[in-house]
Design a protein. Structure first.
Length: 280
């Protein structure tokens, strides 16, 4: 069953209607739910944007949203000043849901001409959102991304990932590969991580190990820098950056993606890097 979430906060973000799908609909897995880690990340970004003592990390930046699900983080990034946002997920139905949410947000905030144009744009991959170009893109982590609507001539400034580290559902390594292949020397990745027990290994330690192999450093954002109204003892925000002293991926354990390639005609919703079960 479809339902909407209104996110409270400052400015237009509090007005956003975000459609989600019942967790019982396996076609969408968990990609159609707004999870607590997503809200914590969203409010952290909002705090940086509105606090005069902080730097708005999204203003004028190019942003990749990994495992975007409902697209709420992508929409918020546009509202908070991003220049371009590539909203990605690894499952076609979830990508379609994200696209619909983006168009619904534009319609509600009177940022497009009329409902007829919104309906016609449902199948388009890109739209202008308050001066921000938003692209909705199917992307499987670590397998390369073919951007059909923009030239691929640089890395992203910012990469976002909300509650994507859930090893019970899918391996961590494809996510780290995605961050690696999309990151340049100055790229900063912001991940929300909810601490969950996993019998085989500690997910946080495993992520750090894999990141270190790709010359990526992981830093935990201090609690006092988080949004004061949205604290969470079991949720952290991580900042992941290239260790420029060591160069780019000199210790990477595999050759990685040699070129961008299309993923048309594949069974995307059964891919190993996709959320296909429920969070525990």
């Amino acid at each position: 069953m479809n339902r909407s979430h209104f996110i409270d906060g400052d400015d237009d973000i509090e007005k956003l209607p975000i459609s989600t799908i019942s967790e019982d609909d396996c076609e969408f897995g968990t990609g159609a739910t707004v999870w607590p880690g997503c809200i914590v990340l969203l409010k952290y970004l909002e705090k940086l944007a509105h606090d005069p003592k902080q730097v708005n990390i999204l203003k004028g930046k190019t942003v990749a949203d990994l495992g975007s699900g409902t697209a709420i983080t992508s929409i918020a990034s546009a509202l908070l000043g991003a220049n371009m946002v590539v909203c990605t997920d690894g499952c076609d139905p979830v990508v379609d849901l994200a696209r619909r949410n983006i168009h619904d947000a534009i319609s509600m905030l009177s940022l497009s001409a009329d409902k007829t144009e919104i309906k016609m744009a449902d199948k388009q991959n890109h739209v202008d959102f308050r001066g921000c170009k938003m692209i909705t893109q199917l992307y499987r982590w670590g397998e390369g991304m073919q951007l059909k609507d923009v030239a691929w001539d640089q890395h992203f400034d910012v990469i976002l990932g909300a509650d994507c580290i859930v090893p019970k559902l899918y391996p961590i390594e494809p996510l780290v590969d995605a961050i690696d292949e999309l990151s340049g020397d100055e790229t900063v990745t912001y991940l929300s991580y909810e601490q969950r027990y996993y019998q085989q290994y500690d997910p946080a330690k495993e992520f750090r190990r894999l990141a270190a192999m790709r010359n990526l450093d992981v830093e935990v954002v201090p609690d006092h820098e988080m949004h004061e109204m949205y604290p969470a003892n079991d949720i952290q925000i991580w900042k992941v950056r290239r260790n420029n002293k060591l160069g780019m991926s000199v210790n990477r354990p595999k050759s990685g993606v040699q070129k961008m390639r299309s993923t048309e005609g594949t069974d995307r919703c059964n891919h190993k890097s996709l959320l296909v079960g429920k969070h525990s």
